[in-house]
Design a protein around this ligand. Sequence first.
Ligand code: AHR
Length: 525
Amino acid sequence: MPRSSLLVCAAAILRATYSLAAQGTDSIVELRVDASHPGPTIDRNIFGQFAEHLGNGVYDGIWVGKDSTIPNVRGIRSDVVEALRALHVPNVRWPGGCFADEYHWRDGIGPAGVRKTTVNADWGGVLEPNSFGTDEYMDFISQIGSEAYISVNVGSGTPAEAAAWMAYMTADPATSAGKERAANGHPAPYRVKYLGIGNESWGCGGAMTPDYYVSQLKIYARFARNYNPMQSGDQAMRRIAVGADGSKTDYVEAVMRAWHDKVWSWDIEGVSLHSYTSAGWPPAHPSTHFGDSEYTAFLKDALNMEGLIAQHSRLMDQYDPQKKIPLVVDEWGAWLAPLPGSNPGFLVQQNSLRDAILAALNLDIFARHADRVRMANIAQMINVLQAMIMTDRERMVLTPTYYVFRMYAPFQDAALIPVQVDAGGRRSGALPRVDAIAARDTHGKLWLAAVNLDPERPVRIRASFAGTSVRIARGQVLTAGHVDSVNTFDSPRLVQPVPIEGAASAGALVLDLPAKSVSVLQVQP
Ligand code: AHR
């Protein structure tokens, strides 16, 4: 680590220690962790991402072109790839979003000279050069070690167009589609692990009635075939139907009823839920320069995800009590007012400590519903909405949300362990004091994630672990001076994790959490 980074880290530890001492841990929250009863697997796919052709999400964010002075591999920027590899991103949803229902895949294949220039009518009306198409997307996910999640165009496309796209991506090199792919540089079939059949077909995807959408779904689910011979059994492609718009249940109801009553000729393996945290619509809350009351209102709104998932799970249980069909939360995150001076169609916002806490709370909710929520995609990966990364030409900055995703990586495919939080009835305004999850990873290690939601007061937690002995816990904590602290291109390390440690006392793990913080620790016997 460079000396300057060490100094920044040391300063941050001192700041965290100072703030604990100065503010005093004025209450204890008891956690009961039942390690003897591991629950369902927290599917790694809940840490999925979303990259739409929107603003600078793809162009500049991922794609800079082969001739760029920004270091790149085949046009894909290397700094972004390196940062994303550290997150172990399980899947990347692409090309949209609303954009997907206007995307024609043929515009984005072949030599640069034959690609069409089109208009991105959804997002700012800017020119879409189609330089980043199917082969570039596949190259990108291969560079970051991720799986493909393709959204096909149901709104303005046809089943034939979707079927031809699938053939281009997955058919044998001896077929015409496979030969065309080989001519574009990739003889072997690509893996398409997830296929979204439309996007928000209740809205920008064509404002279809639930019944009309279901009739389309059956056709696409049958004919958009995956021909890759390596994708059978548990590697088979999973098709995800359009589901809920927030709390609206009509699509989930119609899709699940159709699935329950289906005949042999079609199937699906997931239903979506889209829900953003915006504390009102249209999004008008600023992403910078806000205080504790705004913080509290926003996190309160974020916690509504719990009720939404419970609501849709109950409905799905009626048709699928064995929980074969996952609820796929493939758009979620903070949606804030566009940054002043930015193109409002580009959905540019800053990303603060508050947003990192919001991300942790959502991940905790998804984990607690691991039996039904087996995939989720934060919106969006780079430069758009609640991004992991922001870029400005050759510069790149990692957001507080990025660090939460990096800290939570051990929870990918870990077995959920029930945690009971007893805050002694103490609440911080409208917010719970502490949120926590625990899990045992695939190597048998025990992990604890704990969020102190209180914007001002640190908290001491005392965690008892049934079914395992505990000696020490070591990990990282993310906090900052203010709820609206952000990383900028000029000060990129204001919000970043620092070490945290707790130790056993009288049989329980004692840990001091700074105010407004996210901690992830490995608990050791
Ligand atoms: O993520 C931005 C947009 O939000 C997506 O394109 C759309 O699906 C949703 O309404």
